[in-house]
Design a protein around this ligand. Structure first.
Ligand SMILES: [Zn+2]
Ligand SMILES: [Zn+2]
Length: 175
């Protein structure tokens, strides 16, 4: 099990975004699941073996505990429709069903999330199937957006509050 600091987790996430790589692309390159990358970037490194984390750091050219200043050429994804894998992004509408928190992603075009700047995922991060509307992939049944909120979060309350926030925000941005 890897045990790296939250600051290092954030460095890895920042480095991946600088490179314009999706979480899925990193997962495929090192041989793990996108959800593990998502958890790692959220500060929870326990799902990954230390050698995987080392591989990720190498791939992203991050020296753990020291910031790498190297920025690298953009990695372009030409497929168009995508979703933001960031659970706390305002493009993902949370709802609770059977005590499980799900996120309904807004479909977006292009490479980056217009809400938070994250690199969009363009396929199911778990099985690679094409995207269809909804919270879960119809091919593998896995949620598209991994819940990275701290486990002690009151999901029902958080989802309700977030939905109110989203409604107010849409009101404000409506022309
Ligand atoms: Zn986003
Ligand atoms: Zn799938």
């Amino acid at each position: 099990m890897a045990d790296i600091s939250k600051a290092d987790c954030k460095r890895l996430a920042d480095a991946r975004r600088r490179k314009g790589m999706t979480q899925s692309a990193v997962a495929a390159a090192v041989g793990c699941r996108q959800s593990a990358i998502c958890m790692l970037e959220g500060g929870q490194s326990g799902k990954l073996a230390a050698d995987k984390v080392a591989k990720i750091a190498e791939l992203l050219e991050v020296k753990l505990e020291t910031v790498s200043e190297n920025s690298v050429a953009e990695f372009k994804d030409t497929r168009r429709i995508g979703f933001c894998p960031n659970a706390e992004c305002h493009s993902n509408v949370p709802y609770v069903s059977g005590e499980v928190l799900y996120f309904w992603p807004v479909e977006q075009q292009g490479d980056r999330c217009v809400y938070c700047g994250e690199v969009l995922e363009h396929n199911c991060p778990n099985c690679g199937a094409s995207l269809v509307d909804g919270a879960c992939c119809p091919a593998c049944g896995e949620p598209k957006v991994v819940n990275t909120l701290p486990p002690e979060t009151d999901f029902v309350r958080w989802a309700a509050e977030r939905r109110v926030e989203l409604a107010e925000w849409r009101q404000l941005t409506k022309k």
